[in-house]
Design a binder for this molecule. Structure first.
Ligand SMILES: [Zn+2]
Length: 143
């Protein structure tokens, strides 16, 4: 009786074999759909899966009330202020240049000053281009 009960039907067995065969060909993400998508998180600036939820933390006053909640918007309530565009550019380029230097604090300074030099050239070139354009357009407008 019990033997008959636990007998696996050939259809079921076939389904199991098919499933195992399919699993071999699938990618990691399709074998584990429960993990969710990989995203570039704007809050923690890492790449991680969607099930990991990051929350922004804001600066609090002495009564533990978030400054954002009290109406300090536009970055004033942030624990870490937003950086200006040029500082972000410098950080980004330094991070990319540091790969070409061996480790060490001195090398970090070297990489940063190299990045700063490159960016200063870029920023200067941009302002020269704008000044030239301005000069030309003012000459045209003068008639
Ligand atoms: Zn995150």
């Amino acid at each position: 009786m019990s033997d008959e009960k636990f007998q696996i039907k050939p259809e079921v067995e076939k389904a199991i074999v098919d499933f195992r065969e399919n699993q071999k060909e699938k990618s990691f993400s399709s074998r584990h759909p429960e993990l969710g998508k990989m995203v570039k998180c704007q809050v923690c600036s890492r790449r991680h899966r969607t099930f990991e939820i990051c929350l922004q933390t804001f600066a609090k006053d002495k009564n533990e009330i978030e400054l954002v909640a009290k109406g300090y918007g536009h970055g004033k309530g942030r624990r870490t202020r937003h950086w200006n565009k040029r500082s972000l550019e410098l950080v980004d380029l330094t991070r990319r240049l540091i790969l070409f230097y061996s480790n060490g604090q001195d090398d970090f300074k070297k990489a940063r000053s190299r990045a700063l030099n490159l960016l200063r050239k870029k920023w200067h070139a941009r302002s020269v281009r704008i000044q030239r354009q301005q000069k030309l357009s003012r000459r045209i407008n003068r008639g």
